[in-house]
Design a binder for this molecule. Structure first.
Ligand code: DX5
Ligand code: ZN
Length: 228
């Protein structure tokens, strides 16, 4: 599985989103953080902004919904043009039905876990998903420090993916930077969200390239990737 780098526009200039999308040419996806001020204590953007952004860029949108009632809202983000939609399992009433609905509408279905949510109860759900997101900070804000205590969960998730022979992508989000990305790759992540580490850099596109080089090197050394 190739390494993917997804810059988070949460750290971009919201008044210049189309230009900010172009500033990370070479990125695999644009990570779009949707927050409703209920599921997390912060408010960002919604369906109309995603619709406009989808028209303004060729980079596919990876929408991370940090909202209550994703069962009601997530399908609208597919219609708005998101190619991948992530809902939080803590907020979903019927995660299997929701994942199937997202897929049926033509997007990749992804489920996120907050730091205190364990992976084990969801082992049997994994085949319903295209990606699993392990939060490496408490969701709500960019620029927080990476939680090293999440590394064992990443490792255990990678083991489950391999045990079941799944093609599931394993995404990490929060505090991913030049100083933490190698630990994430070593533990088994293959999709890396980075907000401040990309948009806080002088040259965001160069930051994406540098993160990719680091993640690829760490993956090549990692034991979990040996027989892939
Ligand atoms: C936080 C968001 C992240 C955020 C990451 O709740 O889900 O996507 O943008 O920002 P950094 O990379 O700065 O931690
Ligand atoms: Zn996010």
């Amino acid at each position: 599985m190739a390494v993917q780098i997804n810059p988070s526009i949460l750290s971009a200039d919201f008044a210049r989103l189309a230009e900010e999308a172009k500033a990370v040419q070479g990125a695999d996806w644009l990570h779009v953080d949707v927050m409703d001020n209920h599921f997390v204590p912060n408010l960002t953007l919604g369906v109309p902004v995603v619709e406009s952004l989808a028209r303004a860029t060729d980079t596919p949108l990876d929408c991370h919904l940090m909202i209550e009632d994703p069962d009601r809202w997530a399908p609208q983000y597919v219609e708005a043009g998101a190619s991948s939609v992530t809902f939080h399992v803590e907020a979903a009433a019927a995660p299997v039905r929701l994942a199937r609905e997202i897929r049926a509408k033509g997007a990749r279905a992804s489920m996120a876990l907050k730091p205190a949510t364990p992976i084990e109860p969801f082992e049997d759900l994994l085949p319903e998903l295209d990606m699993l997101l392990i939060m490496t900070v408490e969701p709500g804000f960019g620029g927080q420090a990476f939680l090293d205590i999440m590394l064992p969960k990443i490792r255990r998730t990678r083991e489950l993916i391999d045990k079941h022979g799944l093609q599931l992508w394993l995404q990490v989000d929060g505090g991913v930077s030049a100083s933490t990305i190698e630990r994430c790759a070593d533990a088994g992540a293959d999709v890396f969200v980075a907000g401040s580490a990309v948009y806080g850099a002088k040259d965001p596109a160069e930051a994406v390239r540098a993160l990719r080089t680091q993640a690829e090197a760490a993956t090549a050394r990692a034991t979990w990737a040996c027989d892939h």
